[in-house]
Design a protein around this ligand. Structure first.
Ligand code: NIG
Ligand code: FE
Length: 412
């Protein structure tokens, strides 16, 4: 594979483009004959081609051939770095066991912890690289990667270091999230409070000092951590000035979303069992609702997230793969667009905003990602598609777009 730094530069004038609605930001309409000018890897001009100033029309010319253009996609919730896989648990669940029963029987997250701890950083990188490549091939230009399968300082560090390395190697924006409070590691069985103390007082400060944490997350659930434990982790994050987010209300209503909103959370994710009070708190705090239809589908969940109420309240909704070996082993963000529409009844514009503008906000990247705007790094996708609804329409099509990522042309 060509090293990222040797890929062709996207600098120059891109013409014969059709900008998708919302590509230029909230409420913008489609532009049929558009141009984008890139200099030094950044967008310096975008708009209708006939308005292109002569001063910007010089330089290398890139023909868009009428492609439909969106901002680079953003996958704002993944657990991409781990060892092993859990197809056996999929089979157990098909034979009648529930996700909670598999977890209580020593499977679930803890089985991925065993496989992740057994792998070296190089092995974890080699396993995660093709997963990331699959997402990038579908136009992903920024991705969140969580820890949470190490559950010790040494192994959480390995996961986060691999996440950073993936970002550098592939030239993609990576936001790392420390999810030390994902499950109770076996060596702390029956000592949940002691583990949370370790997460808050040892692991988080050390990893933050190493520059490995962009945000902090907790799995707040009956099979995860309690509301009180979640708050302790949030307080520790606050002491280190790290933003928080939460796996909230996936299997039951724990009130985690309202708590997260009180801590100014970037996002609350899953939220199938979110209450009206949780929605109101998220609206007030500007917290993004991250919808994960892959996990909903794969767990054969039937309890829909409260989409209509979120919409009515004006809470921004993002859509993500939640890629992980237990509940969402998908590597297609476009498939998640389809599922967000078919299963959750999002409209096409909502789904597209969910993997661009709102996903950027869920990562605190709203000033640099999620729309095509002057002064932002050049991240945009040229789709060989007739209309924007096709992004959510084809099932497993892999449309092979040309992707401009961090100012380089990454595929043809
Ligand atoms: O987002 N809910 C907790 N965390 C993951 C699942 C992790 C696993 O089962 O390995 C999720 O669904
Ligand atoms: Fe998750």
């Amino acid at each position: 594979m060509t090293p990222f730094a040797q890929l062709p530069s996207a600098d120059g004038v891109w013409t014969d483009l059709r900008l998708a609605p919302e590509a230029l930001g909230e409420g913008s309409t489609a532009v049929d004959d558009a141009a984008i000018v890139v200099q030094h890897g950044h967008i310096v001009w975008v708009g209708e081609r006939r308005a292109l100033p002569a001063a910007h029309a010089q330089g290398p010319q890139h023909a868009g051939h009428g492609a439909l253009v969106t901002p680079g996609l953003i996958d704002c919730h993944t657990h991409l770095v781990y060892g092993g896989q859990r197809a056996n648990e999929f089979a157990m669940r098909l034979a009648g066991a529930s996700y909670e029963e598999v977890a209580r029987a020593g499977g679930g997250i803890v089985s991925s912890v065993r496989a992740t701890r057994a792998a070296s950083e190089d092995e974890l990188f080699a396993l995660a690289a093709p997963r990331l490549q699959a997402l990038l091939n579908e136009g992903v230009c920024a991705i969140e990667i969580k820890s949470g399968y190490g559950l010790s300082l040494e192994h959480e560090r390995a996961q986060l270091r691999v996440a950073r390395r993936l970002g550098e190697h592939f030239g993609v924006t990576v936001r790392t999230t420390f999810l030390g409070a994902h499950a109770l590691p076996p060596e702390y069985a029956g000592r949940s409070q002691a583990y949370i103390d370790t997460v808050c007082h040892e692991m988080m400060p050390a990893l933050a000092a190493e520059g490995l944490i962009d945000a902090v997350d907790v799995f707040c659930e009956t099979i995860g951590f309690s509301l009180a434990e979640t708050e302790q982790v949030f307080r520790a994050a606050q002491r280190l000035s790290l933003p928080v987010k939460l796996h909230a209300e996936q299997l039951s209503d724990m009130g985690g979303s309202a708590l997260a909103a009180r801590y100014g959370a970037l996002s609350c994710d899953h939220i199938e069992h979110l209450s009206d009070a949780g929605i109101a708190a998220m609206k007030q705090a500007g917290t993004v609702a991250v919808l994960l239809p892959g996990a909903y589908y794969f767990l054969r969940d039937t309890h829909l997230p409260p989409i209509a109420a979120l919409r009515a309240a004006g809470v921004p909704m993002a859509v993500s793969t939640d890629h992980n070996p237990g509940t969402s082993p998908t590597l297609s963000l476009l498939l998640m667009l389809n599922m967000a529409c078919t299963l959750f009844r999002l409209t096409v514009p909502e789904a597209v905003a969910g993997v661009t503008r709102h996903a950027a906000r869920a990562l605190g990247l709203q000033h640099s990602h999620g729309q095509i705007a002057v002064d932002q790094p050049a991240n945009f996708v040229l789709w060989p598609l007739g209309e924007v609804a096709e992004l959510a329409y084809w099932l497993g099509q892999h449309p092979q777009p040309t992707v401009v990522r961090q100012g380089r042309i990454t595929s043809h």
